[in-house]
Design a protein. Structure first.
Length: 121
């Protein structure tokens, strides 16, 4: 244990956070990399508990249903946080521009270039 500015600290309690490698050819401004970029963003959000509140708000707003297929989202099905207007096209990171989708529905949206809109429940 040691002291810094009168505060006691313990190095053994400091968490080690490893950085995830990003593919070298990743370009956030190209449409073919949008899903990869959202996946990176999703992984970072899992690590930061501050985003759980935002996901809870989206979940309540959508009444627990996927924004594409309208089937229930559960822990077993999982979810992805999708930007309605892609960030590379100027979409904001606000809740108004995001919707929760099943992982398979999220892949369909990107593969088939489907458009997702927020429904008024």
């Amino acid at each position: 244990m040691g002291w810094i500015n009168g505060l006691n600290y313990c190095c053994s309690k400091t968490a080690i956070k490893r950085h995830s490698k990003v593919k070298s050819d990743y370009n956030p401004f190209l449409p073919e990399w949008e899903l990869y970029g959202e996946t990176l963003h999703q992984k970072r959000m899992y690590e930061e508990f501050s985003h759980i509140h935002k996901w809870q708000m989206l979940y309540k707003e959508q009444k627990g249903h996927c924004g594409l297929c309208q089937l229930p989202i559960t822990k077993e099905t999982g979810w992805h946080d999708h930007h309605i207007i892609y960030k590379m096209h100027g979409g904001a990171d606000t809740l108004k521009n995001r919707v929760l989708l099943h992982p398979i529905c999220h892949k369909k949206v990107h593969a088939l270039k489907l458009e997702v809109v927020k429904l008024a429940y």
